[in-house]
Design a protein around this ligand. Structure first.
Ligand SMILES: *Cc1c(COP(=O)(O)O)cnc(C)c1O
Length: 422
């Protein structure tokens, strides 16, 4: 039998696959918890977690069992019929996050598109904005996915250039700038919503001022603008709380104590870790007075709300709660940033560390077009840890949340050793 090496497999992708990614040269064949293994059997710590989709760790047995059981029973009916999993999942998830209703989709970008459509329709039917005039405020350096509409309001040239004509209806303001947000709303009578990431993950883990979310929400409320939180990357315990908008509350699930620090979105967008990285599952949550504007036939998806997705997402959310992943992310995150800060103080190579919970990044002391961050990631790989640069000179560190403190310190050792070698 012919066994393919990593080199062979990379060559195959290179030859037969579109070149829309630039992967780190490592070919993974197996995952378990915080670890992944390459084709040759070498083990690595996963410090990307599939962009925070694998918060619950690779191949979590409870999620995989839910997948297997449901896969053997019923996978897809389409929404032309009811299925016996969706209602229970919707009840569970809406109670878990504290909203009246949920609209199920598959990928993150689809959920963002859904939120945009929901916001626009609400604007025409509830707020009374004239037809075709609704505008949604977005932030500079946002990342909300890859559809034609979503890249229309990106300012990343790679994401945007030569994909026009672009979808109109979006106004851009500076991130973490409350004056700019309020001014944009005051200048335009047709603002329907404000779409924002509580932390800008893809942009390089930009962490805004502590009160940015709550004050932005207050501004939105003052002007009758929907506050739409894209928690696809920051949600589901990643930042040391169930949602990044939960603030300091670490309990998994909607709770009473939460109210003190919680900035409640009008529309909440979830994806990625909603399934623990096992299956594409995304969702938009909102209360009745908003979500009721969507009527039968006006929005949908063949796979959205399928029984397999419902079973997987329920298991994935139960794992987050039962294994107290938010609490663990908070504790380990504090330790990690403290250790990285020591390294920043010691090494000229690192400019700073920032983040919340286990969504962190270090900025490399070099220009964004330098290869330094990439070279560091190659060395980290050689030492058994996988991370990826974002925007040239930033390295995001986001391990699965099931990590132990001992494993984290092992990883800190690898990062230390690698940085000090340069
Ligand atoms: C990943 C991501 C998306 C897009 O999700 P896909 O599943 O890749 O379509 C949208 N918003 C944010 C904040 C993300 O991190």
């Amino acid at each position: 039998m012919l066994t393919m090496t990593s080199q062979d497999l990379m060559a195959l992708e290179d030859k037969h696959g579109a070149h829309n990614y630039h992967p780190l040269p490592v070919v993974l064949a197996k995952g378990d918890g915080v670890y992944v293994w390459d084709v040759e059997g070498k083990r690595y710590y996963d410090f990307l977690s599939a962009y925070s989709a694998v918060n619950q760790g690779h191949c979590h047995p409870r999620i995989i069992n839910a997948l297997k059981d449901q896969a053997e029973t019923l996978t897809l009916t389409s929404r032309a019929f009811y299925n016996d999993q969706l209602g229970e999942y919707e009840q569970f998830a809406t109670e878990y996050f504290g909203f009246d209703k949920l609209l199920p989709m598959n990928t993150g970008a689809e959920a963002v598109e859904t939120a945009i459509k929901l916001c626009r329709k609400w604007a025409y039917e509830k707020k009374g904005i004239a037809e075709e005039q609704a505008q949604i405020i977005v932030c500079s350096n946002n990342f909300h996915g890859r559809t034609t509409t979503i890249i229309s309001f990106s300012n990343d040239p790679d994401a945007r250039k030569n994909f026009g004509p672009y979808t109109p209806g979006f106004v851009k303001v500076e991130y973490d700038n409350l004056e700019a947000l309020e001014a944009a709303i005051q200048e335009n009578d047709n603002i329907a919503g404000f779409l924002v990431e509580p932390i800008q993950g893809e942009a390089g883990v930009y962490t805004p001022a502590d009160d940015y979310m709550s004050k932005a929400k207050a501004i939105c409320e003052k002007y009758g603008v929907l506050f739409i939180a894209d928690e696809i990357q920051t949600g589901i315990a990643r930042t040391g709380a169930l949602l990044a908008v939960c603030g300091n509350c670490t309990c998994a699930g909607h709770c009473e104590q939460q109210e003190a620090t919680y900035t409640r979105p009008d529309i909440l967008i979830l994806g990625k870790a909603l399934s623990g990285g096992v299956y594409p599952v995304s969702a938009v949550l909102a209360d009745d007075h908003i979500i009721e504007v969507i009527k039968p036939g006006q929005h949908g998806s063949t796979f959205g709300g399928n029984p397999l997705a419902a079973a997987v997402a329920t298991a994935a959310l139960n794992v987050v709660k039962d294994e107290k992943l938010a609490q663990n992310a908070r504790k380990l995150g504090q330790r990690f940033r403290a250790e990285m800060q020591k390294l920043v103080d010691e090494s000229d190579l690192l400019t700073l560390v920032r983040g919340r919970g286990l969504l962190n990044a270090v900025v490399i002391n070099d220009t964004p077009d330098s290869s330094t961050a990439w070279d560091i990631c190659l060395k980290l790989r050689d030492h058994g840890l996988l991370a990826k640069p974002t925007h040239g000179n930033i390295i995001r560190f986001a391990p699965p949340l099931v990590m132990t403190e001992e494993q984290l310190m092992d990883c800190v050792g690898i990062i230390r050793k690698t940085i000090l070698e340069f």
